[in-house]
Design a protein around this ligand. Structure first.
Ligand code: SF4
Ligand code: SF4
Length: 371
C-alpha cells in the first residue's frame, strides 16, 4: 500500500536523526541486506550552498547514508548535475563536510545502459550504476519548477539520465509538457526507488528550480515507499490540485488510485506557497501555432545586468538557440523549444521567463472569444 510519512523537523543533526531513523526503518522493513549496493540519488542540480535551497540538504544525505551503512550496505551517492562540476557541488554544497568521515563513494553518473521504459519512448539510456544497484534511494528537494510547476520525487529521478542526454530529451519532447511528464514518469517508474525521502525543511518557491527561486522554510521531511503518493501528498499540502502536477496526471491516466494512499504524521497545509508563473507554452487555434510559437508565447529572457557571459546556458541549450552577444547573450526564439533548461542552469540568476506583451494581449482576446 502506498504510504507517506510526514515529520516536522529542522536540520539540526541530532534531532533530525532521532526523527528520521524510525521513518527509514519503517520504509526499509529490513529489505536492505548486508553487502547490498545502494545508490543514493539526491538533487545535486548545480553548485549552491545549502541556504539557497537548490540542492538536497547535506545533513539529510548524511543521516540516510549512516542508516544504510549501519544496515551493512555499500553506499554510492550520485547524480548527473545539470551544470557546475560534481566535485565543486560536493564541496560548496556542504557534502564533503557532512559526509567526509563516512564510508561512502560520491561519484557522478557517467556510464549508461539501455532499458525499455515502454511506449511511446522505448529504449532509453539511464545511468548504469542505477540499473546495476541492488537498491536506489531517492532524495529529492521540494522545489518549484518553471516548466513543470514543481520538482518532487518523480522529477528528481530524471537526474538518472546522464549529462547532455537530458537536454536532448527536452528537444525530443519539445513544447509538449504532458509528453515530457510521461517521459519523467516512465523513467521514474523504471528506476523504482526502494523509498524516497524528500527535503522540505528549507524548500523553494517562486521561480525555481535554480538560483532564481526563493528559499522558504516549511520544516518538514516526507518519506514514502511510492513516488507518486509522495508527490500527491505534497501537492495537497501546498493547496495544489494533484493533477496540476502533470506527472501525477500521467499516473492517473495509467490507472493510479490516489484514494489508496495512507498518510501518517500531521502537517498543516501550507498557506501562500508561491508557485512559478507557468504561462501557456502554446494556445489558440492550431493554424496560428507556428506564428505564435515564434513571436507570442512565453520565452526566456536575460537580465543583462546580471549576466556574466559565463557560457553555461549556451553550452547546455539543447536547441542551440543562445549566442554570446556584445553584452550578455542573445536568443534565437525561432529555434528555442521553451524547455527553460537555460533558466535552470544559469548560476547567476540572470534568466527568467516572460510572455511578450503582444502574446498576453492576443491570448486575452482569444480567451474572451473562447478560443
Ligand atoms: S545568462 Fe547566465 S548562464 Fe548564460 S551566460 Fe549569462 S550568466 Fe552565464
Ligand atoms: S534558449 Fe533556453 S529555453 Fe530555449 S531551447 Fe535553449 S535552453 Fe531551452
Amino acid at each position: 500500500m502506498p504510504e507517506v510519512i510526514i515529520i516536522e523537523t529542522d536540520y539540526e543533526y541530532n534531532s533530525l536523526k532521532r526523527r528520521l531513523i524510525p521513518v527509514l526503518e519503517k520504509l526499509d522493513s529490513n529489505r536492505i541486506k548486508n553487502g547490498d549496493r545502494v545508490v543514493v540519488k539526491p538533487n545535486l542540480l548545480t553548485v549552491a550552498p545549502p541556504e539557497k535551497a537548490v540542492t538536497t540538504h547535506p545533513v539529510i544525505v548524511r543521516v540516510v547514508s549512516e542508516y544504510l551503512i549501519d544496515a551493512g550496505a555499500r553506499v554510492q551517492i550520485s547524480d548527473s548535475p545539470a551544470i557546475g562540476g560534481f566535485k565543486k557541488i560536493l564541496k560548496e554544497g556542504g557534502y564533503l563536510d557532512e559526509l567526509g568521515h563516512l564510508e561512502v563513494e560520491a561519484r557522478e553518473f557517467k556510464e549508461t545502459a539501455e532499458i525499455d521504459i515502454g511506449e511511446p519512448f522505448g529504449m532509453v539510456e539511464i545511468a548504469r550504476d542505477v540499473l546495476e544497484a541492488d537498491h536506489v534511494i531517492n532524495l529529492p528537494k521540494l522545489k518549484t519548477h518553471g516548466q513543470m510547476l514543481l520538482t518532487l520525487s518523480v522529477k528528481n529521478l530524471f537526474g538518472c539520465i546522464v549529462g547532455l542526454r537530458k537536454p536532448q530529451w527536452h528537444l525530443r519532447t519539445g513544447v509538449d509538457r504532458i509528453r515530457f511528464a510521461e517521459l519523467l514518469y516512465l523513467i521514474a517508474r523504471k528506476v523504482n526507488p526502494l523509498f524516497t525521502i524528500m527535503d522540505g525543511v528549507l524548500a523553494m518557491e517562486g521561480d525555481g528550480p535554480g538560483k532564481s527561486g526563493t528559499p522558504v522554510r516549511l520544516n518538514m521531511v516526507l518519506g514514502s515507499n511510492d513516488i507518486t503518493a509522495l508527490d500527491i501528498a505534497v501537492c495537497r499540502l501546498l493547496g495544489v490540485s494533484p493533477e496540476r502536477l502533470l506527472t501525477n496526471k500521467v499516473a492517473f491516466s495509467k490507472g493510479y488510485r490516489p484514494e489508496e494512499i495512507r498518510i501518517e504524521g500531521n502537517k498543516k497545509s501550507i498557506k501562500n506557497f508561491k508557485l512559478p508563473q507557468l504561462g501557456p507554452l502554446i494556445f489558440g487555434p492550431s493554424v496560428l501555432h507556428p506564428f505564435m510559437r515564434r513571436h507570442l508565447i512565453e520565452r526566456p529572457l536575460v537580465d543583462v545586468n546580471k549576466c556574466l557571459q559565463c557560457g553555461q546556458c549556451w553550452s547546455y541549450c539543447p536547441a542551440r538557440a543562445i549566442e554570446k552577444a556584445s553584452s550578455a547573450i542573445e536568443f534565437d526564439y525561432e529555434r528555442c523549444i521553451r524547455c527553460y533548461c537555460c533558466v535552470e542552469v544559469c548560476p547567476h540568476g540572470a534568466l527568467t521567463k516572460e510572455e511578450p506583451l503582444a502574446g498576453r494581449f492576443i491570448r486575452s482576446l482569444l480567451q474572451r472569444k473562447g478560443a
